[in-house]
Design a protein around this ligand. Structure first.
Ligand code: PFF
Length: 478
């Protein structure tokens, strides 16, 4: 394949790039998913495993993905084809990019539905619906929303439209503008809420829940969830960071950017967790109540705190913005692939893809009402199935193969040019990519062998691919 298609756009500055990447990483994963999966999986021990995954697997894969994007200078499918060709790897590596493009579209299909809940809460908060509301009433408000497919489809449509419009505008006038205003605001509001959380009387309980590990509560399924979430929350494994990296000019530091992204993302998740569990415990709510957690707890706090109307409205506005900055990044790999490889211009590509993704999203909408008894993958609803396949299979598998590529196939000089680490650090980095990250992902996959047939297949494929690539790479290098 010739290297015709290259990204022409570029970020205005390193800071803007970091903000956009943080904008992609910080989203519903931090504010909505992290607290609820932590609640479902018993707290501290789960958080510890999650942090371990971020540190040991997440950061190395993040740096690798950014490096592959910058070296390949194109959308994920083409970038992988480019780097493979230049480094003596097989053309099949393009498939890794395709896995990412597909995963991005699938994630976005449910992401817009959940972001739609946040938009609807923003509007309700603005209207004063939550003033003085108690925990029961919020619970009913939330179930009422989920029971109404038309309302959900309406908000899902609003979010999809917004995403398409921003992405259609391109990097500088679309994505950058949206990001630079949102990220600092989000942090500020979280800090205000943290202040409130300390007054609830359950702050210490919340701290204990998050940070005092009880390993008896940990299952292998929880470890898989933690690992999948590390990929999801850092936006790695699917090519978002690759395509963002492809717009990054050579003089900027990938290492610095990567560390900032991981740090900011983790801090936001932990703060959100602290705030939410303080409110949960103070109001005698259930920590393991699942996807509704954020939407059933925060309004209670806003309902009774001074200035609650103002902060509540602002908070939901920020959840929406955090979600949108991630939504944009989920569709970007596919849009740039359409644009660069298929000659479908950005604007048209964004609309076509938006429509396809919107249609798939209807399945998620229905999972909460009409189709709530329909099971797809095992006992899972449509929404749970898409979430499971993407976060627990496609992203870890994508990340694993990126690690393998950077460790075994990328030429040494390209690697050290993109990720200039000093001698010892570089050896550790390569060791992690070669052995720790792939083996961790595979072990976690295989422990689910008995539990899930889909995983069995993926594990076998993974083992086979790993063996083939390592063998291939060794042969090429010798
Ligand atoms: N990292 C985002 C979040 O935590 O909400 C979700 C996400 C965005 C995942 C982009 C993957 C991605 F490529």
């Amino acid at each position: 394949m010739s290297q015709l298609q290259l990204s022409k756009d570029s970020w205005s500055s390193q800071t803007v790039f970091i903000m956009a990447a943080v904008g992609s990483a910080v989203g519903l994963g931090n504010l909505w998913k992290f607290p609820y999966i932590t609640g479902e999986n018993g707290g501290g021990a789960f958080v510890l495993v999650y942090l371990g995954c971020v540190l040991l697997i997440g950061i190395p894969v993040l740096l690798s993905e950014l490096a592959l994007g910058r070296a390949g200078k194109a959308n994920p499918v083409q970038a992988m084809a480019n780097v493979a060709r230049e480094n003596g790897g097989s053309r099949l590596w393009g498939l890794l990019g395709l896995n990412g493009v597909l995963a991005g579209a699938l994630i976005l299909s449910f992401y817009t539905v959940i972001a739609g809940w946040a938009v609807s809460y923003f509007v309700d908060s603005l209207k004063g619906v939550f003033i003085g509301i108690d925990a029961n009433a919020v619970g009913e408000h939330f179930s009422g929303l989920l029971a109404n497919p038309y309302e959900l489809i309406f908000w899902h449509t609003v979010v999809t439209l917004f995403t398409v419009i921003v992405v259609a505008k391109g990097i500088k006038s679309g994505i950058e503008k949206a990001i630079t205003f949102m990220m600092p605001g989000l942090l500020l509001i979280l800090l205000v809420l943290l202040g409130y959380a300390t007054t609830t009387g359950a702050f210490t309980q919340s701290l204990n829940f998050l940070f005092a590990p009880d390993f008896s509560k940990l299952t292998w399924q929880a470890v898989l969830t933690a690992m999948g979430h590390a990929f999801f929350t850092l936006s790695i494994g699917l090519g978002t960071m690759m395509v963002y990296g492809s717009y990054l000019s050579k003089e900027y530091s990938i290492v610095k950017a990567g560390l900032w992204i991981a740090f900011a993302d983790t801090i936001v998740a932990l703060l959100a967790g602290l705030v939410i569990f303080s409110i949960v415990f103070a109001n005698g709510l259930e920590a393991g109540s699942g996807p509704g957690l954020l939407f059933q707890t925060l309004p209670v706090a806003f309902g009774e705190m001074a200035g609650g109307w103002f902060f509540g409205t602002l908070f939901f506005a920020l959840v929406v913005m955090a979600a949108l900055s991630s939504a944009i990044s989920l569709i970007e790999p596919a849009v740039s692939w359409f644009d660069q490889n298929w000659g479908i211009k950005r604007v048209k590509a964004a609309w076509i893809l938006g429509f396809i993704i919107w249609t798939i999203g209807i399945g998620t909408v229905l999972s909460f009402n009409e189709w709530s008894d329909l099971h797809f993958l095992g006992e899972r609803t449509f929404f749970d199935s898409v979430d499971y396949i993407t976060a627990n299979i496609m992203l870890p598998l994508g990340g694993l193969l990126m690690a393998v590529f950077v460790a075994w196939i990328l030429k040494d000089d390209v690697r050290s040019q993109e990720i200039p680490l000093s001698g010892n650090l570089m050896s550790v980095f390569i060791f992690v990519l070669k052995w720790i990250a792939p083996i961790a992902v595979m072990v976690v996959f295989s422990t689910n062998l008995v539990a899930d047939d889909a995983v069995v297949t993926m594990v076998l494929i993974t083992f086979a691919l790993y063996a083939i690539y390592v063998w291939n790479a060794k042969r090429d290098k010798s």
